[in-house]
Design a binder for this molecule. Structure first.
Ligand code: H2B
Length: 108
């Protein structure tokens, strides 16, 4: 069975423990801007995430230019955020660790 849409309070609580993820105004998705040292690092990140996405059968919406990967996660089947979005977000953070730019640059 596919996961159910999360309660907005549950979503807010999960987000407090996560770095760099923002909740969309309509509450239906979360997004993060990843910045890498190079295109190769960005592409390595995307390759690792693609494998994780296939395993989870849950896929990101993302946009890449050079060292930038802007990610948006939502569960289309549920019409909003589910457990799967937070699972994929955690895997993406793990894939990004060690590949991302210096934090001060990442946050600007
Ligand atoms: N990814 C995302 N982000 N949302 C979904 O609802 C979704 C998916 N559904 N990947 C999956 C695939 C579904 O289409 C397949 C048939 O399981």
């Amino acid at each position: 069975m596919r996961p159910q849409k999360l309660d907005p309070r549950d979503t807010a609580e999960r987000l407090t423990g996560m770095h760099g993820w923002m909740l969309a105004e309509d509450g239906g998705s979360i997004s993060k801007a990843f910045r890498f040292k190079s295109f190769s690092e960005a592409f390595g990140f995307m390759s690792e995430c693609a494998l994780a996405a296939e395993k989870l059968d849950h896929h990101p919406e993302w946009f890449n230019v050079y060292n930038r990967v802007d990610v948006s996660l939502t569960t289309h089947d549920a019409g909003g955020l589910t457990e799967l979005d937070f699972k994929l977000a955690a895997r993406m953070d793990r894939a990004g660790a060690g590949r991302t730019q210096d934090q001060r640059k990442q946050d600007v």
